[in-house]
Design a protein around this ligand. Sequence first.
Ligand code: ADP
Ligand code: MG
Length: 247
Amino acid sequence: MSNTDFALAVEDLTVSFDGFKAIDALNLYIDKNELRVIIGPNGAGKTTLLDLICGKTRASGGSIKFKNEEILQIPEHMRVRLGIGRKFQTPSIYENLSVFKNLEVSYPAGRSVWGALAFKCTDDIRSRVEAVAADIGLADRLETEAGLLSHGQKQWLEIGMLLMQDPELLMLDEPIAGMSSRERDLTAELLQRICKNRAVIVIEHDMEFVKKIAHKVTVMHQGKILAEGPMDKVQADPKVIEVYLGH
Ligand code: ADP
Ligand code: MG
């Protein structure tokens, strides 16, 4: 299989912090429309891996190909434009704006038109906002001030703000932290909906949740991949059991 078949192909990726290899010659291949979950003990390098893919941290070596294009040297904002979206652990929504406005301002600037086409543009943005709001379960909350949403709804709104850019790769770091069990279920459904037309990488600890959503699971340990495959197979892997029991 050539790299063209992958949404993301990471090869021999390495980053050192003062000689400590937080990511150590790591290979990772994500298919288009795949929902991959990355698990692993604290300090395994999961967040650092996402930092490297989105461009927040510069790699020491290796290769990151997005849709077969080398992006290792490309700055973070350009990677966003290429179609890589990243959600951090703390949501960065505009609390005093409505859900509608939060989504509207996230519409990619380069695509907005003004002047004679302003009316058409407004319609385009509105239909995009409505489609995204439906995807994130906030269709009936468009006029609600974002600050009044529940913790879970705020997380979904931030995912929606990323979806406004229609990313082909979306990365979420511990998206259900602090959510109620009902919100966790709804988030699982949300992720299943949004991976239909994009690749999604999720870092998560909650094994029940991982089982529900993962197509494949990657287990990281000490900056490397310890195991990879379907959840059942990974959970039964003695190397994985050892690492988890050791913690
Ligand atoms: P995880 O998300 O799997 O818990 P991290 O990616 O946050 O792990 O961290 C992996 C390791 O890299 C940890 O030992 C952490 O202390 C270290 N690390 C992460 N970022 C930096 C940094 N900017 N400078 C120095 N060390 C870092
Ligand atoms: Mg982390």
